[in-house]
Design a protein around this ligand. Structure first.
Ligand code: UDP
Length: 424
């Protein structure tokens, strides 16, 4: 697997690390369980990192030197793709002739590298875009810069070159064909999964609230109404929508003030680096500083506690290729109120496991959050539906579908019928 811009060893929920990191780690672990050896190439970003690290038995992470360890942002990395590819080829020296059977690239930067490796090694390239610039540019947050032309062209090239393209949802598959000219025969839709061992419902919700309250420095009681946002803090994820909706709820129901708690969990990311400060100022301007707590990113059980402590998890993104946070929250038995964009209508079953909101206005979001959090009968129904809906997704299934895609790509390439060369 190629993951140029972000490491499987990084903490997701901050910087450039998010759902893609979780996807790469979880699918690699599942493949290793099936006896498939996985090596993940990622850029070295610190002198402390060894050239090769074992993520788990059967899964190696190779740190490739490409440019200075610090100081380069994701937007600078197109300049380092030759260096990265050269680094991978140097690692090849001394390896078995058939080092790999398949190259799976994640995100377009990795696709550019994967395309060369595919040609050198004579193995198929399977590519997962994770996000598509044309889709993202069509629904930018206010003040967010559009993705540059270089990325659009780079994505088109990868789409044209890949033997197989993996989309997370039917909508993404359609966009690959309609907007990027992908050959429909090369596109496979494979849903991402959720770790159903970690994200489980009903384990000591009150204890989770007590612990988070201690961390936030404000007690969170059994009867409090807890709304949570989890993810990278950036304009596209729209945590500001949750703050505005919370202010609207308090304007409508002043009696809620002593019981409402809004948790924003995650770290700064990308062009929204100033965003946490902006959010803190926004909370102050909205007069809701007393109800909002900002908490650093976390993993595993500590993250599951956040989901379990919440009455509702809000996913107000302007654009979202899938939305793993929505699945994880539901697996913990917490209904999700999500924007009806991108893959979220697949991740959330509207009216069964959560509610979808068509716009980003404070009014619509306050309406939906009130319904999901305050209507006890509805909340109970959605919570049960959430567990059921999340159970449909698992990394186990994702890995099986990916391995089936690898197999058919290998067979097609050996038979000399690998579909290639869609005109850009
Ligand atoms: N995440 C995490 N810790 C945090 C916040 C987020 O591990 O404090 C993870 C979360 O569990 C999820 C991923 O980051 O798996 C975010 O994925 P999602 O698809 O929701 O958004 P993306 O980051 O890909 O845009």
């Amino acid at each position: 697997m190629i993951s140029v811009h972000t490491s499987p060893l990084a903490q997701p929920g901050t910087g450039d690390a998010g759902g893609m990191n979780v996807y790469v780690v979880q699918t690699a672990l599942e493949m290793a369980k099936r006896g498939v050896e996985v090596e993940i190439f990622t850029r070295q970003t610190s002198s402390d990192l060894p050239p090769v690290a074992e993520l788990a038995p059967g899964v190696l992470v190779r740190h490739v030197v490409a440019g200075p360890f610090g100081g380069l942002g994701k937007e600078d990395l197109p300049s380092q793709l030759c260096a990265f590819t050269a680094g991978v080829l140097r690692d090849e020296a001394g390896q078995e002739p058939d080092w790999f059977d398949v190259v799976h690239s994640h995100y377009w930067l990795s696709g550019q590298v994967g395309w060369l490796l595919r040609d050198r090694w004579g193995v198929p390239l399977v590519h997962t875009a994770h996000t598509l610039a044309k889709v993202k540019n069509a629904s930018l947050a206010e003040g967010d810069a559009p993705e540059p032309l270089g990325r659009l062209v780079g994505e088109e090239q990868v789409v044209a070159e890949a033997d197989r393209l993996v989309a997370s949802t039917p909508g993404e598959a359609d966009a690959l064909v309609a907007e990027y000219g992908a050959d429909p025969d090369t596109v496979r839709t494979v849903a991402p999964g959720v770790d159903l061992q970690t994200f489980t419902p009903d384990l000591d919700r009150d204890g989770a609230r007590a612990r988070l309250g201690r961390e936030a420095g404000v007690p969170i009681g059994e009867d409090d109404v807890v709304l949570a946002f989890v993810g990278r803090i950036q304009p596209l994820k729209a945590p500001d929508v949750l703050l505005r909706a919370a202010a609207e709820m308090l304007a409508r129901r002043p009696e809620l003030r002593s019981r409402l708690r809004v948790l924003v969990v995650g770290g700064p990311s990308g062009s929204g680096l100033a965003q946490p400060r902006v959010l803190i100022e926004m909370a102050r301007d909205l007069g809701i500083t007393d109800v909002v707590s900002f908490l650093p990113p976390r993993s595993g059980e500590a993250l599951a506690e956040v989901y379990r402590a919440a009455d509702v998890v809000a996913v107000p993104s302007h654009s979202e290729s899938f939305g793993l946070v929505a699945l994880e929250a539901q697996a913990c038995g917490t209904p999700v109120v999500a924007a009806a964009v991108g893959g979220l209508p697949v991740a959330v079953a509207d009216g069964c496991s959560g509610l979808l909101v068509d716009d980003h206005s404070a009014r619509s979001w306050a309406d939906a959050l009130e319904r999901a959090a305050l209507d006890r009968e509805l909340r109970g129904r959605l919570a049960a539906g959430a567990v059921e809906h999340a159970a449909v997704f698992s990394w186990d299934r994702t890995a099986d579908a990916l391995l089936a895609t690898y197999s058919e790509a290998v067979t097609a390439r050996r038979a000399g019928s690998a579909p290639r060369g869609v005109a850009v």
